[in-house]
Design a protein. Structure first.
Length: 410
């Protein structure tokens, strides 16, 4: 070996998440700079551990997984929607809340009224909670501004969250819903999104992707296709909030545009699933929203499996329909509500979630991958989906550096 490792962890049990690779008991993993330089059984190390690395850490039987990846969040927003929660507990539907001046429209008003310092402070607290629970990469959407100034502010605040140590991928969601001031001028709002906001966001490199909410409460397939086409002309990858409320053909539309992911999918039909399989689009399931909205129609998990569509899970952290902060919670809900196995849930929050963000350099413990690691005080990886409400993560490494937040940060 020509040079020493920077860090070497020994005595660990490893869930590499490399397809077809078994769990490694009494393993070792080494980093050099920002990448994984060696991984395998401790007995296979090429020499004495103490001479191999500048720092050797005995893990004493803890499990190491890839750092978790959250491919769908809305963590930057103003205010809360506690009143919506109480109304839904009383029996009001999501659609009724949205048409009654609450819902997304309320959060838009609160976000427009919040200054950048407040947005950053509150989002920092949420992302801190995510990192503490093992997340090393997350996506952050805009979509609660719905005007030029606030959408840009949201994306700039989201970019600043990267200072916490986790990778933050930003997504422009100006086509979330039509804002109240454009209620009778839908095409004019789409003009604003496609002709003004998108080119400016692309020029300023504020977004890594573009999303559209394609459903009966938001944008039609025709309108969605217009935004997706405009985004792609700006050189930005796309994704779609698809078929959450009804089957509008949004999943097939996402596939036709080569979307990174189609998210929600509760009402997607067999043809939509087949289209996702053909395009390689990842299905991102959001059990937090399903749970909070007390939905009854589940996404077509059996069909997704049968067609070989990669399944990812996300928190969908947002103030109205999924105030969920941690991926282990989403994993538990994915197993209990959607019938995923714990092994599927872990793949859904590591390698498949990374693919949903277009990231091929993480989500697996393999040589050459980004050194994003999560350490767990569990007897087996299945425990990550078993416990609800317990934080079993003991340390978090991102790009080879320890980013485990201190309690004082919160």
């Amino acid at each position: 070996m020509s040079e020493r490792f920077d860090r070497l962890w020994i005595g660990a049990d490893l869930a590499t998440m490399v397809p077809g690779e078994a769990l490694i008991r009494d393993g070792a993993i080494a980093t050099r700079g920002e990448t994984i330089a060696w991984v395998g059984a401790r007995a296979a190390l090429p020499g004495d551990a103490s001479a191999l690395a500048a720092e050797v850490i005995e893990v004493s039987g803890r499990w190491i997984t890839p750092g978790l990846v959250d491919p769908h969040t809305h963590v930057v927003f103003g205010g809360d929607r506690l009143a919506d929660f109480v109304r839904r507990i009383g029996g009001e539907t999501y659609a009724a809340a949205a048409s009654g001046g609450s819902g997304i429209a309320y959060t838009v008003a609160m976000t427009r009224g919040a200054d950048d310092a407040t947005l950053l402070r509150d989002a920092t607290r949420r992302v801190h909670a995510m990192i503490v629970a093992g997340t090393t990469t997350l996506e952050v959407k805009s979509g609660y501004g719905l005007d030029v100034e606030t959408e840009l502010r949201m994306l700039r605040v989201a970019r600043r969250l990267g200072a916490l140590g986790a990778t933050v991928r930003t997504t422009y969601l100006g086509a979330h819903v039509v804002p109240a001031e454009f209620a009778d001028r839908r095409d004019a709002y789409l003009d604003l999104v496609c002709d003004e906001m998108l080119p400016r966001i692309a020029r300023e490199r504020l977004a890594d992707a573009v999303d559209v909410f394609c459903d009966t409460l938001a944008f039609s397939p025709r309108e969605t296709a217009r935004v997706l086409g405009a985004a792609q002309r700006c050189g930005l990858p796309v994704k779609v909030h698809a078929d959450q409320i009804a089957d509008t053909g949004a999943a097939a539309l996402a596939a036709a545009h080569g979307a990174l992911s189609a998210d929600h999918l509760e009402h997607t039909d067999e043809a939509g699933v087949a289209a996702l399989a053909a395009s390689g689009t990842v299905a991102v399931l959001l059990p937090g929203a399903f749970h909070y909205l007390r939905e009854t129609v589940k996404p077509p998990v059996a069909s997704l499996r049968a067609h070989g569509v990669p399944i990812a899970l996300a928190t969908d952290c947002n103030p109205g329909t999924s105030p969920v902060l941690t991926l282990p919670t989403a994993m538990h809900l994915g197993c209990v509500l959607f019938g995923l196995s714990p092994q599927e849930a872990l793949a859904a929050t590591t390698r498949n979630a990374a693919h949903a963000l277009g990231l091929a350099d993480r989500g697996e413990l393999r040589v050459g991958a980004r050194a994003d690691l999560a350490f767990w005080n569990v007897a087996a990886p299945d425990e990550l989906s078993y416990w609800l409400g317990a934080n079993l993560c003991t340390a978090v490494i991102a790009a080879g550096e320890d980013i485990t937040p201190q309690p004082s940060v919160a």
